[in-house]
Design a protein around this ligand. Structure first.
Ligand code: PLP
Length: 474
């Protein structure tokens, strides 16, 4: 048993959904309701063996077993959301079962209307774009700094936000992704001050930053810096199960909470998984406990160790904070001289059995997680040292494929109009000069290459190697 788990046993954490689910498991009933596998009795035996009978026994949905409902929030689900709001410093927290994607869709759908303008960074996640297609709002693109050497988008400057607010008087909100996928942090405090001066709500897509609330060694969370609403993918770094996230509304938020709640109800499944909801409850309880904080400090110290070791290497470099921006220390974006990010990823995977978060043109992203041990990190360092000293060469096809477009779009039609216009599918080579009709945003990180209504140019082609055909407007 590690020190972290030993010390943790002492404190009892409050997790109402987890407790209710445990009670339901310990007091089984004869079930004549969904899910039809009925505690796994109707499941494929191989599947049951793989995930375990217990997991299938607690696979239930709301309204049964006194577990409360999600829409409207009642019972243990309501209590768990309230505890989460308290832990994250929010006025209200909504649990999300289609990731932060659901939160972003609800924010756009609930808060904006056709033709309204949203100032947002070009490297926003595709869920923000989908939200705009649903509501009919239009993006005013903020072009962040470009980190050419790293092949990634950087931070958004408050001055650019102010400039756009000054020149557009019909802006319904400002919507900033912070941090970027690679951990680059914008000055949200100043951006928030600008938004307040113009009376425009600020939404921060903090999908990758749910840990910030729980350590003073990480950047300050946007809710503490004046943002009106924030999404957190707890499943990404907070320890909940895949697909579970949270949407937090700030204490003195300018936004219409009812409108967002109504949109969430329309967008969500009517059979929410209690297992996923319990995992959100558990993740919050864990992060907010002494044990969770220790795990987080370990993740931070592991990341610092990795960065110190990289510093000693000859050919491998990590992205560090610099003039104008901070970084989240747990997101370690690295590059190796002479190797594309994709090639480095394949070396780590094939030669060392290491899986990374993602790779792009120049580099790759490693996450130092609350679940990683010091031994994991030592192994990673050992392997990077070997790569640093070996003479790997790049592989041409991996080198040529481009992943992270940093292009300024040429907009010919509105997003929604183009999405719903008559289209045709044509070979990629014939698409230059035509207007795109589909969202092309590869995951990860789900950043747009092309959007409906944008002109397709020669510059897009290196990013479209996986596409033989493209949908364009007729
Ligand atoms: C910045 C950003 N926002 C939102 C999302 C969507 O999150 P989820 O996968 O929880 O739906 C992602 C996913 O990668 C993201 O990178």
């Amino acid at each position: 048993m590690t020190n972290v788990t030993k010390n943790a046993k002492a404190t009892k954490v409050q997790a109402p959904i987890v407790e209710a689910l445990k009670k339901a498991y310990e007091n089984p009933t004869y079930q004549f309701h969904i899910p039809g596998h009925t505690k796994g009795n109707g499941s494929l035996p191989e599947f049951k063996k793989l995930i375990g009978r217990k997991a299938l026994c607690i696979d239930t949905t709301d309204e049964f077993d006194n577990l409360g409902t999600l829409h409207p929030a009642t019972g243990p689900i309501k209590e768990a959301q309230e505890l989460a709001a308290k832990a994250f410093g929010a006025k209200k927290t909504f649990f999300l079962l289609n990731g932060s994607t659901a939160g972003n869709l609800a924010l756009a759908m609930g808060l904006t209307k056709k033709g309204q303008k949203i100032i947002t960074n070009r490297n926003c996640h595709r869920s923000v774009l989908t939200g705009m297609i649903i509501s009919g709002a239009e993006p005013l693109w903020l072009i962040p700094e470009r980190f050419e050497e790293w092949g990634i988008w950087g931070y958004v400057s408050p001055e650019k936000v102010e400039e756009m607010l000054k020149t557009n008087d019909d802006v319904s909100m400002v919507w900033i992704t912070n941090p970027t996928y690679e951990g680059v942090v914008s000055d949200i405090k100043s951006i928030s001050a600008v938004c307040k001066r113009y009376g425009v709500p600020l939404i921060v897509d903090e999908a990758h930053a749910c840990l910030w609330n729980f350590s003073k060694h990480l950047p300050t969370p946007a809710l503490q810096l004046g943002a009106d609403a924030v999404v957190h993918s707890l499943h990404k770094t907070g320890g909940s199960m895949s697909q579970s996230s949270m949407l937090h509304i700030a204490e003195d938020s300018l936004i219409d909470i009812d409108a967002v709640e109504k949109a969430l109800k329309l967008l969500h499944t009517t059979s929410p998984s209690l297992m996923l909801l319990a995992s959100l409850d558990a993740a919050r309880a864990n992060l907010d406990s002494a044990r969770g904080r220790k795990l987080l400090e370990r993740a931070i110290s592991n990341a610092k160790y990795l960065r110190r070791e990289i510093e000693k290497m000859e050919h491998i470099h990590d992205l560090k904070p610099d003039f104008g921006y901070f970084t989240d220390v747990t997101k370690v974006f690295i590059r190796a001289d002479g190797l594309s990010g994709k090639r480095l990823e394949s070396i780590l995977e094939i030669d060392f059995n290491i899986e990374v978060e993602s790779a792009s043109d120049a580099g790759l992203l490693l996450l130092s997680n609350i679940g990683n041990t010091k031994a994991d990190m030592e192994y990673l360092v050992k392997c990077l040292k070997k790569i640093d000293q070996a003479h790997y060469s790049d592989i041409c096809y991996l080198e040529k494929k481009k992943h992270m477009p940093m292009l300024t779009p040429v907009i010919k039609r509105s997003l929604r109009e183009a999405y719903y216009s008559p289209k045709e599918t044509i070979p990629k080579e014939l698409a230059v000069g035509r207007i795109a009709a589909e969202v092309i945003a590869e995951c990860p990180p789900g950043i747009a290459i092309l959007l409906p209504g944008e002109l397709i140019t020669e510059a897009h082609l290196p990013y479209l190697t996986d596409y033989n055909f493209i949908e364009v407007l007729k």
